[in-house]
Design a binder for this molecule. Structure first.
Ligand code: HEC
Length: 479
């Protein structure tokens, strides 16, 4: 049945192959056995960019008729067949407008990249260019029990992603956009930063009544009680573009400043709840990738043991895209992350959260996914079922809340067809998505952002979403 389904799905171009020795009986290994090399996948990445990406997309997600070459649909089409089947099908029919125009080596390289992108591990030998050799490698969506994991990484995304319609979960929440009472004369600016302290007080950092604090004398950091009554504000003149907020176990308020100008910005601040600056990381006004500088710090989280993690790099297509780890004293320990779309690579690490096991969830926004790492930077898993993440929050019971403020249908910025913006709620343990709060913007495709970018959840399960476009912090309570 599966094979028939594949032929149906893949179209008439493959029928000729069906007569051949397609079925994978003779295969002696699988794609989990390290059947290509990193260098080959790198070459394949370049060739893919030249010959395939214009139709199948930079992220292999497919466009229009050109199908995805990564993810559950692609893998279920090909699972059970061999690399020879995939190779021959690709070589004889692709690129669609000029089939068989690449060398056999180039086709092998491109498929090595496709394997890497799908999360299969690299190994010591190159993927062969001859069909007889390729026929010995079976495509298996899920790793066979006992198969060696050549890289220690390479977990298959699809295996962790329940295949359900992306916007179909129920919305058990009611929204209240007007609960925060700002001081007289003060209007709310754009915000991506909200957090709640141990007393239930709500802290936000907004962009000085506008979408930027440069030149403003307003206090961007505001404290409210649990009912939304204003308590105090501070931080005037300190920040240009408050971006990511975190409140640690000591109720210290951590905030990143994503912009820089001479003498200001590109820093991470730690405040106590009186507004005193306890420490800064990075150098004021020095936007650079370094052990003691940040380019565009997006987000910060502090682990219960005091370890500090900062996500750096906001501009797609531009380095860095890294996670920087500091010890509790603020000493640089390590960094990881290279720009790219393959499993474990990052492109705009926009938001961070830690689960109860200490796993670091990175909202890899440009890649429309969450990438999960251990605290040493070892890549564990990719999850795409929570949408395009701008904000992440994980509560003490490992409920995961993800704010998608960018998914768009048309090609270009935010391209994520089939996915709607809003907040998805699910499990950081199983990856299941259980609730979906749709964004209320009527024309999301017209702009790059709408709805919550920053997200936090209090101890009673009340969600707070900080919005850039609507310049508001919205509270969501259970119906
Ligand atoms: C001009 C657009 C175009 C280009 C360029 C192109 N493809 Fe395709 N590709 C398509 C379309 C359309 C389909 C679906 C129709 C079909 O199956 O023939 C497709 C289907 C495929 C499939 C089958 C997917 C499946 O699961 O059934 C593979 C594999 C594939 N392409 C690989 C490639 C590779 C590798 C390259 C680059 C060497 C490439 N394509 C370049 C348009 C293109």
């Amino acid at each position: 049945m599966r094979r028939g389904g594949w032929i149906g799905a893949a179209g008439a171009g493959v029928l000729a192959l069906a007569a051949g020795d397609l079925w994978a009986q003779d295969a002696t290994k699988t794609v989990w056995d390290g059947v290509y090399t990193e260098a080959q996948a790198e070459r394949g990445h370049v060739a893919y960019g030249q010959s395939c990406a214009n139709c199948h997309g930079q992220q292999l997600a497919g466009t229009g008729e050109a199908k995805p070459l990564a993810g559950p649909e692609f893998l279920s089409n090909w699972s059970g067949l061999t690399m020879a089947d995939l190779f021959d099908r690709t070589r004889t029919t692709m690129p669609l407008d000029r089939p068989a125009t690449l060398s056999r080596d180039a086709y092998a390289d491109v498929l090595a990249y496709v394997l890497k992108f799908n999360g299969f591990p690299a190994g010591g030998t190159e993927l062969a260019r001859r069909s007889e050799m390729l026929a010995t490698i079976r495509i298996e969506a899920e790793r066979p029990a006992g198969a060696a994991d050549a890289t220690g990484a390479g977990k298959l995304a699809a295996a962790n992603e329940p295949v359900v319609a992306p916007n179909s979960q129920p919305n058990p929440y009611v929204a209240d956009a007007g609960f925060l009472k700002l001081p007289a004369g003060r209007t709310m600016g754009s915000s991506s930063a909200v957090a709640v302290d141990s007393r239930g007080h709500i802290w936000i950092a907004e962009r000085c009544g506008a979408n930027n604090c440069a030149g403003s004398a307003l206090d961007p950091i505001l404290e409210f009680d649990a009912k939304g009554n204003f308590i105090k504000a501070f931080g005037a003149g300190l920040l240009l573009f408050p971006h990511g907020m975190f409140i640690d176990a000591k109720d210290h308020i951590w905030l990143t400043d994503g912009h820089s100008e001479p003498g200001k910005g590109a820093q991470v601040f730690e405040f106590d709840n009186t507004g005193k600056v306890l420490r800064t990381l990075g150098k004021a006004g020095v936007s650079a990738e370094g052990p003691d500088t940040f380019a565009e710090p997006n987000a910060v989280v502090v682990a219960p043991n005091g370890m500090i993690f900062v996500a750096d790099g906001h501009t797609p297509g531009k380095a860095p895209a890294r996670i920087v780890k500091f010890d509790a004293a603020g000493k640089f320990l390590k960094q990881w992350g290279v720009r790219g779309a393959a499993a474990g690579e990052l492109e705009v690490p926009h938001t961070l959260a830690l689960d109860s096991r200490g796993r670091l969830f990175v909202g890899d926004r440009w890649n429309n996914r969450i990438s999960i790492f251990d605290q040493e930077g070892r890549f564990l898993q990719t999850w795409s079922q929570f949408g395009r993440p701008s904000g992440l929050y994980i509560d003490r019971n490992d409920v995961l809340y993800v704010a998608d403020s960018e998914s768009r249908e048309p090609q270009g910025y935010g391209y994520h067809p089939g996915w709607k913006r809003g907040i998805r709620v699910g499990s950081a343990r199983t990856g299941e998505v259980t609730a979906y709060i749709p964004d209320t913007e009527p024309n999301p495709d017209k702009g790059a952002t709408s709805g919550a970018e920053g997200i936090w959840v209090d101890s009673k399960g009340v969600i707070y979403g900080a919005q850039v476009l609507q310049k508001s912090v919205v509270r969501y309570t259970r119906k």
